[in-house]
Design a protein around this ligand. Sequence first.
Ligand code: FES
Length: 479
Amino acid sequence: MESLWRKTSQHTNRESLEKDISADTLIIGGGLAGILTAFFLKERGIHAIVLEANEIGSGQTENTTAKITSQHNHIYEKLISSIGKEAAKKYAKANQEAIFEFSRIINERCIDCDFEMRPAFIYSTQKLEPLEREAEAAASLGLPATLIKQTALPFDVLGAVRFDEQAQFHPLKFLYALAQDLEIYEHTKVDKIDKESIYAGRFKINAKHVVFACHYPFLNAPGYYFLRMHQERSYLIALENAAKLDGMYIGLDEEGYTMRNYNDLLIFGGGNHRTGENSAGGKYDELRLAAFSLFPGCREVARWSAQDCMPHDNVPYIGQFSTDTPGWYVATGFKKWGMSTSMVCARLISDAICGIENPYAEVFSPARYKPIASVPELLKDAAQAVKGLLRENLTLPSKTIEDLPRGHGGIVEVDGEKVGVYKDEDSKVYLVDTRCPHLGCQLSWNPDEKSWDCPCHGSRFDYTGKHIDNPAQSNIMLE
Ligand code: FES
């Protein structure tokens, strides 16, 4: 399934790495965070190379709604209470400045990427009180936020918080334009990295600094990021003949939707769930049903889905990878706000590499993490991991391949062994190992994406067993 952004942009292939190479900075990951970081480093005369395992922008950058906002759903009230008002103000300011930074770069470089300043709204059809509190919290931090009672949505709401000076764009058009002058190698996966050496296949990379901008760090240690966050999925459809809105919207309620226009289309999304917990499927059908009822006569022209890393304390991890690894940096846990956060990341990490003090560094620093403060989330994630491990090790499926209808996937018994199977429309079967190569939890079939997803830390594989999402690094096909 191609995202709207992929369908409406033109990627130019880059060479793979075919030799040993040296650079001041190696950036692992050619998504928006990695490319922006390389861009700022180049502006400052630092030699940076980007290694991308697939194609640039082919991860989360092409699967976003591409809202560039400091409005991050219901967050400021929570941040003030969890990290304090001063730190929350810095979080807000860093993200608001990120919007203006996009605008500056796009204007200065005349980048044609459908960039538009638009207000962003968080709405509710059920509760006014949280909106009142969020509007007050955001305004108290200096953000351009106000409470309103009516919106341009074609259904009644109790209210909304309106953020002015926000933006939206076409993420791949922007990324490809920015990447033009950068040194990038595609289809080049870093598969060995430690303090002594870095390898992509048989080629060695020498670099003083390393930036992990690959969505989810693939090293378990140091850093232990797999203990600090979980991953979620959500689903998007692009609609013709739907509403022309006055800005970008997100719903506060459980049944709330994310919406924005792109030209004459409406992007409409929702259906969040923890990765690995969609065995019943039907997320796109639910979205379609909601869309057809809210916007009668609309028609779907594209659909795609997103994967997001959710940090325990709601603040991304951007900064030094671990105290043991000076010169290594990480950018992860962007939640569902990867556009503005990519800019925050690029500013913070390029400043750190250049030895420039950044006023926001402490707020986003991975060193802030205190396991004791995250006990409820740690316990929730640990319970999830135990469940996944037990399922893999103690249960045997009752179904066989013959029981599986065409076009379906599931876990079946083959010669007394547990095996994951997808049977295509021609009855061709694809067998996979159901044990996640990351830490061994049992994978779960996601019928909406025809993928094998891990409920523990969110690794994913396509129906053939090919690795899609970290932290796992290898494929799972059998035979
Ligand atoms: Fe960690 Fe699967 S992602 S066990």
